[in-house]
Every structure is written in structure tokens, then in C-alpha cells.
Design a protein around this ligand. Sequence first.
Ligand code: CA
Length: 548
Amino acid sequence: MKKLVSIFLVLSLLLTMGVAMAAEDGSMPEMTKATVMFKQGVVRYIEGDSLYNNCYINGYRDLMNIDLEYAVLADGDEYTQKLTMAIASNSLPDILYLPVKEYTQLANAGKLWDLSATIDQYANEITLKNFASDGGVMIDAAKIDGVQYGIPVGCFRNCPSQFLWIRKDWLDHLGMTAPESFEDVVEIARAFATKDPDGNGKNDTWGLGLNKTMAENSAFGTAEGVLNAFGGSLLRQAWVADENGQISYMGISEGTRKGLEALASMFAEGLINTEFGVSDSDTIGEAVAAGQCGLFYGTEGVSWNYGRDAMVNCDGCEWIVVNAPKAGGGIASPVCYMTYEYVYAVNKDYEHPEVLLHLINFFNNRINSPDATEETLAEWGVDPVTGINKCAYAYGIVDPYGDKSIGYNATIRQALAGELDPSELMPEAYRYYAPIKRYIDEGYAENGGYNPDDLTAWQYYMIHSFEGSWTRYAELADNGLIIMSSYYDDPTDTMIRKWSALQALQEETYTKIIAGSEPIEAFDTFVEQWNSLGGNKITEEVNEKFGK
Ligand SMILES: [Ca+2]
């Protein structure tokens, strides 16, 4: 009998090893079904691929014994509606992808697994590294009463659009240099609006390009950089603690008032596009592409779209990107915030919470692994022929919470400086490095311009070279210039009811002040109204919920 048992043990050990060898991601011992909620918008598929037949869903089945079934499949409002129905009818799928509100509600109702032990046992090295990449801020934020009911998706520090993009060829033409203070920015705006920077003999260029978005982050032409110059902010997420730990809303601060006053003065002088009150981010982007706007605050990714179009459309076009300068000189501090959009969780009634970890590991092994190669990234990520990103097929994407790009930026600069062997770069970072190196080696960094057959080299150069936007971001981070908001997207009770009215009031007031239809004193009336219409109560709630 003893002998039989040991033979059985050896056999089962061999069987286990066989499974482990076939399935490099760790897997379920037998075919296991998992119903999931999938929030998916419009996805482009490579010919022959579909939602039900692609490398990821087939890989889950063939390599991990996980049979994934989409129980809820929708996007936008429809997703939230289906989720609400599933909660009401107590028919939640096995694996859940939840907004923070519903996550909190279900955790408090005892409907979710405590995932701590499952993470300890099943999260692989890359997954754990992603969780720890921000020092543990995000994963901790998803705990409810100290219990890890879910795995958040987001970024621990989102740096909004406040980088100042300037047409360098226009500066050169006018004999000007990069600004070192906000006053210099006004000087440049004045010259761009009045001194024919493009040299075509026509009065056809703007000063500072500004859009109408006055309470949210926006990519092209935000006012945020100007407000930052005076210590203010317009972002709805900008709730900052003072030295006593008291949290207040930056949108009603003295710094914001000063920034609006500066913008009003610029507008009155004709240094801002007259139509800003009806212009959105794309309107400004189109003016950038057309060579009308050469000075604006924007996102780090300008060289990927309208800035790139401007290179093609405008002879001699060149860009520089700097951090928003402060009034009086120096670099302004941006207000950054944690984005915490959704949480993966597991229905308490499902027997295999480890399936969620297997799915997350599966993706990380392919996309975020140091062992990934050009070939494996082409197989599981961006298809080099069609440009279609197969990551959109995957379920359970949890990228590093810490900034992947800022890490890439540091290593790319080391490689460019000869301090790091380029072969040591992460495969994804190498894909940026190689074109940047080419751009420099071909002399464009020194002489300006770009190779028309290789515009992507310029595009990456403006992001990750020493002159790139992510390098500017690294400067902010390295010099301790970033102000972190205490708030992240987990609205308080009064916020849910009152915020949209307060936001509308903010947008209307700021726009009127800048356009000169109301004097700056309208800001003081706005602050009083904001407080009485719910702002006071919200401030109390934010302090209670997010205060230390
Ligand atoms: Ca002109």
C-alpha cells in the first residue's frame, strides 16, 4: 500500500510538471470557466481575429486552462447600467471590473473576496513589481478598512497638461530665447501676435493659444500652466493640503485669482485667440497644425499628433518644450493627482479567485517582461504591419502604477549619454531609443528639421531625448516641484449631487473674467457662491475622507 501511494505521488508529480511545462504562466489544473465583466469600446481586429478568437482568449484556454466568457460586455453608460442591473438582480459575474463607488459598495456588502492571500500565492514577480512600482500607494488606496478586496487600475501620479510648447523657428526668427519666467511668456506671446514670426508678411499668427476648458485637464491650449505660474490650478482634482494638513480646493485660491487676472490682461491686449471661449482642445490643435498657433500649454504627447502635423505643414517648423515658468522666474509647480479609475475584484461566490491573478500575470509576462523581444511584442502587442495593438484583446491589464514612461525616459537618457549599454534597455524603451539615436546621428538634433521618411524619429526625440517632454517631467519630479493632490476619483456624497453645478459656475466665471465681460472681483463673488452652493460641505467631506 505504501508503495502504491508513493507511485501515485511520483505520477501526480510528473503530471503536474507536464502541465507546468506546457503552461509557462502557471495555470489551472483542469479547464476552469470564468465569467467576466469586460469594459471594451470599439476595438480594431487584425483580419481573422475577433473578440472570441484571438491570441489572448485562445492563450487563456490553451496555455492556462481558463475558459473566459464575457458575461457583461459594454462601454460607457451602458457598462454602468449593466453593472447596476447585475448588482440589483444578484447576478454578478465571477470576475469584476468595477468603478470605485460600486467596488466600495460591494466590498462593504461582503460580496467580494479578500485577495491578500491570493496575491501572495499567485502574483508573479513582474506583477508584484508593477504593484510596488509607486511605493505601494495605489494598491493601498484600494484597501477598504485595511482589506485588499481588489486590484486597482490607474496611475499613482498623473501629471496634467502644463508643458509649454513653443515654435523654436519663430523664436529664432525674432531673435528670442526660451522663457525663464511667466513675464517672458507674455513677451513671447506679444511678439508672436504682432511681429510676424513666420515671416510671411501677414498678421496671421496668435499670441498664446487658449481653449475654453476651465475645470478639467485638456491637451492643447489649457490655461493650467498660467494658473500654475501664480500657484493656482483649475483642475477639478486639485485638492491640496496646507502645512497644517487642511485640504482646500485650488480653484478658489488666491493663486488662481492672480492667474486669471494675468490671462484677462493678455486677452485685453490681444495676446490670446479671440475665439477661445468657443474653442476646444482640438480647435487649438488644428491651429497648431496649420501654423497659426506657436505657443500653448499642452500635454507631453504633442509631437504625436498636431505638433507632428505642423512639422509637415509648415516649412522650417521646429519645436521646443519647457516646463511652465513661474511668475518672477523659475519653474512653476504643477498639481498632479492619482488616477484611480477601476478595480478588478472577484465575486465571493466564485471558487477560483486565483484566475484573476493568472490573467494579470499572463499579460505582464508578454508585455511588461524584461525578456520580451521585438518578435514577442509583435505577437502580443502592436502588430508591425497593421499598427493594431493586440493588447486591447487582453483581459486583466494592470500596468505598473509608477510611471512606466518616466522610468523609460531615465534609461533612454543614460543610453544616449553612453552610461548604459542600449542592449540593457527594456524592449519597449529600446523601440524609442533607436529612432532617437538615429535622429541625433543624422545631425537633425544639431541642425533642426527631420527626415521626411522618418518623422517618427523626430516624434520620439521630442518625448524622450534630453530635449523631450518626459525629460521636462523628470526635472519636475527630480527637483521635488510636483504638488500632489490629496484627492483621487472617489467622489464624496455632496460632490455626487453638487459638483456638476459648481464646475459649470467655475467654467462660466473664469471665461467671463478672461474675456473681460466681468471684472476680476467677480472671482470673489464666485468663491462665496461656490462655498454656499455645496463647496463648503464638500471641503469638509474631502478633509474627512482624504485628510491624514
Ligand atoms: Ca505672419
